[in-house]
Design a binder for this molecule. Structure first.
Ligand SMILES: [Zn+2]
Length: 117
């Protein structure tokens, strides 16, 4: 279950940033190469977050397309799948720029009692 690994890694980043404050929502950038199945991910995240700071938080996933850069001609190629051939020169020496991302973009925390008071 790949999604559990993604959910666990994401929760770790959320907890580090939340520092004990309850998290209401989070926004995460996920590369299409992660092939995250949304319903499975939602289940996985609900399970790993259960009882913790992100219990019940809503998750917004922003899909990041694949982008590769050619080491020969420098051209960038964007696609929804892994690219193996450069659009510019037809070369195969490509560097993955984005597509396997897993980036916690932002979290929304509930105000602590001190902040409310
Ligand atoms: Zn090229």
């Amino acid at each position: 279950m790949h999604e559990f690994g993604v959910a666990a890694a994401l929760l770790e980043a959320v907890e580090a940033r939340a520092r004990g404050r309850p998290v209401r929502a989070l926004r995460v950038q996920v590369g299409v190469l992660q092939r995250v199945d949304r319903p499975v991910f939602d289940q996985a995240f609900a399970l790993v977050a259960d009882g913790g700071v992100a219990d019940g938080a809503s998750v917004e996933i922003v899909e990041v397309p694949v982008e590769v850069r050619c080491r020969d001609c420098g051209a960038a190629t964007r696609a929804d799948e892994l690219v193996v051939t450069c659009d510019g020169c037809g070369g195969h020496d490509l560097e993955l720029v984005t597509g396997d991302d897993l980036v916690l973009e932002s979290i929304t925390v509930a105000p602590t009692p001190q902040e409310v008071g």
